[in-house]
Structure formats: structure tokens, C-alpha cells
Design a protein around this ligand. Sequence first.
Ligand code: HEM
Length: 497
Amino acid sequence: MFTGTDDFTTLLGAVTLLLLTYLWCFRRDPKLPPSPCRPLPFVGHLLLLQKDPRPQFKQWREQCGDLFSVYIGGTMIVVLNGYQLLKETLVQRPDDFSDRPKLFLDEETGIGGLGVVMASGQKWKEQKKVTLQILRNFGLGKNILAEKIQEEISFFADLLASFNGQPVDIKDVTNVSMANIVCSIIFGQRFEYSDARLQRLISGYMATLSDQQSNGVINFIPMLKYIPFDVFKAKRGAKNLQTLLGFLREFVVLKGKTEFNEHNIGNFIAAYTAEMNELKGKNEATNMSEDNLTKIVLDLFIGGSFSMSHTLSWCILYAINFPEYQKKAYEEIHDTVGLDRVPCFKDRPKLAYVTAFIMETQRLSSTVPFALPHTCPRDVYVRGYKIPKGTYIYPNLSSVLHDPNIWGQDVLTFNPQRFLDEDGKLRTREEFVPFSMGRRMCLGEALANMQLFLYLATLLQKFQFLPVDAASPPSMEDVFGFSASPMPYEVRIVERS
Ligand code: HEM
């Protein structure tokens, strides 16, 4: 029989043992980047992390410095903050900071690590180079890209006109139009907005992005995927992504085999297939394959749809909230291009205010605040701290785009003027990094710039964007998820006479 004193001693011993085990397991290597506080066993800082970590990361940067670490489960994540540090790492040491970590959902596709977005090393370099080359070729000479974009904009403008100034949720329609642009580039065809195939693609990618918010934690605590009832949407996420990939693969077969013609390579799938056939015909070493192509098609579809749709929605939201800036942009278009023809990409150098309006939208909205996760292929040292091989590294782009030391104390105010000099000429700044920095920078930057310019210039030329209730324009707060999107809002789109 134990006495009360024995019970107490046993309990005290057990607690001490647990405490020592915890301190042993979670002892800090002083060389690792500092953390805001000691992580808890099994969960790390998970319970501390807010749904929107941006304000928290700002505070932790002040507490720990530009480089800090957070733990989810036992997995360390390093957050890189500030322009100088991002330059020191992503730009000046590309071999150390350009790989991607493995992500659970990508592995579930069965073709994980292929394509561009999730690939690393030599395979990634080749696929990115080929993809960029094809897009560049489309942008040269006859400029297939500009033609496709302008064709889509004219359908989009007809749709907006059909609303007759009635309130409409702009996000629903921008989404469809942006996805259609990607379709015309990769498949060589656009769809009617009501076409079931387009709707299927859009619902597929939206489901994938929304699932990622629930199952992202599995990347750091893998055993969570075995929790019953699919609490973390692991199975659902994998199934949705498989469905989307299967559908895209049908197009790869259609455009790359069934309808393939070496002399008509005006769509991405055909151009990639022609290049692959040529290299294989010459027996040259290449990683080009149908699986890589399918994955790139997925990358372009997701990469080219959500960020573009969010950015255009932000542009229109700011236009509603700042009618004086909308007017200024319209007047510039009116005085430079006139009203008898639609703006073309060659007009861009003359439309400095419109361009500054888009840049300020991208800076303030910072739609992809943490870029995509990077990793290092070996242990590396930064500012005296060790980042072990395979660590998840998040470049905090918002910390640059919202840095008052770069942009001034009014950093959170929308003001296109900050991208113009005294003579009204465009002022580009190297700290403008919505597309990230270094080798992993967005592959679609040039396309995005052309697309955003053509959309905004054409839409402002044709329409006035007005709030539904002039006394209370829609909120400029964002919704933080995989990206930062505007809260749903309605707008009245009135044709200019
Ligand atoms: C306003 C629009 C866009 C923004 C703000 C944006 C932003 C980004 C960012 C921040 C990254 C991550 C870079 C990193 O990991 O450091 C990225 C990667 C990527 N983006 Fe974009 N993007 C946009 C439009 C597009 C478009 C139109 C496409 C293609 C049609 C595209 C395709 C990609 C691809 C394939 C990658 C992966 C690049 C790599 O891993 O090497 N993006 N983008």
C-alpha cells in the first residue's frame, strides 16, 4: 500500500521526468534562428499561430530580428523578413535558397516534384527554361499573347456591359475571365463563360486552394493525415487535385496527340510537345515528358488564375474607393489613346499613371504575402544562424512591400503617385517585389504585367466603376488564406457614353 506521501513523491518524480524529457527534446541549438518563445511539445507554436499570421510575424520580427523560426509540431519554419535579407539569400545565394520542400498534396498527385512550381534542382531549371521560352515566343512578333488577351477582354467587357449598372460581385466574373486567358494560352481555345468544361476547371482549382488551407498543417505534422473522418481534408484534397489533374491530362492528350500538328503550335501544349519530340528525335538528354507537361499545365492554370483574378479585383476596389485616382487614370487614357481604339501594350510607356495605379495595387494588396515555401539543399548559415537542410523557408514579401522605411509613413495608404517622379514619369523601385525575388521569381511576371495593363486600361476606358452605396464604399480589408484577396464586394459598372 502507498501512503499519501509516496503518491506525491511518485507524481513529483513523473512530472520532473516529463519536464526533463521536454527540455531535452526541445533544447535549443543556439546556432538556430531565434524563436519568439519556447515551442510546446508535439504542437510547437501551432496553438499560438493566428489564422492571419502577418501582424504576429511583424511583432516577432521586432522581437527576434529579420530571421526567426517558428515550429509547427517538430518541424521548423524559418521566416525571412526585409528587403536586405531577401536579397542576401534569394538573390545573392540562389544555389542555397532555390529548392522547394516536399508538400503533402503535391506528393499525393503521383507526379510530385515535377513541373515547375514544386520541382527542384536541374529538373526544375530545364522545365522553367522551356516554359519561359515558349511564353516568350508567344509574346514576340505577331504577339499571340496580346491577341489572346485582347480577344478575352472584349468578351469580358460585353459581359460587364450586360449587367447594365446593376450591382455585381466582381470576383465571380474576374475569376472566370482570368481562367479563360490561361485556357487560351495552354489549350489554344477560350470557352463560353457558361461552358461546363471551364466551370469544372475553375471549381477544381478553387477546391484545391481552399483544401490547402485545411490540410497545409499535414506538411508539418504528417500523422494528422491519419486522423479519422478526414478532419484535415487530406483525402478530399487529394481527390479534388486528382480530379483536376485528370481533366487537364485529357487536354494534354487532345492537344499534344489527337489534334497535334507540328505546323500549328500556337498553344502551350502543342509547343511543348513539338520541342520534346525534337529533342527526343535528336536523342538529346531531357526531362521533358507528358507527366512534366501535365504538371506545368496545372502550374500555369493555378498560378495564372487566382493571383490575376485577385489583383484585378483589388484594382477595381481601389478605383471605387478612390474616384479621384480613377478619374486621373481615365483622363490619361482619354488624352493619350483616345476613345476610338482599345489600348494596346505599346501604349504602356505613355500610360504611366495607369501603370503606377496597378503597381500600387500590387504593393498594397500584396496578394501572395509569403511567396511559396523555399528550402535549402544543404545546411546553410545566414547572419551567423544555421538553417538545416530541408527547412521550410518563407520569404515574407509583405515585410518588404509594407516597410515604412522604404515606402514612407503612409505605407498603408493607396497612393499611385509614389511610383511616379515629379515629371509624372514611372519610377520603378527594386523593392517592388510582388513577384518575389531571385531565381524562383514568378514565371508569369511578364504575362501578368501585360494582362493587368490591358485589362485595366481597356476597362477604365469603357466603364466607370462606382460603389453600390456612395455613402459607404466597400471595405478595403482583405481575407487571408493561401493569398490575400479582397472581401467579397459589389460594384456598379456603368458604361461611359
Ligand atoms: C499578379 C499576378 C501574379 C503574382 C502576384 C504572382 C506571384 C508569384 C509569387 C510570389 C511566386 C512565388 C515565387 C517564390 O517562390 O519565391 C510565383 C511563382 C510562380 N508563378 Fe506567379 N504570380 C502572378 C501571376 C502568374 C501568372 C499569370 C502565371 C502563369 C500563367 C504565374 C505562374 C507562376 C509559376 C509557374 C510560379 C512558380 C515559379 C517557380 O517555382 O520557379 N504567376 N508567382
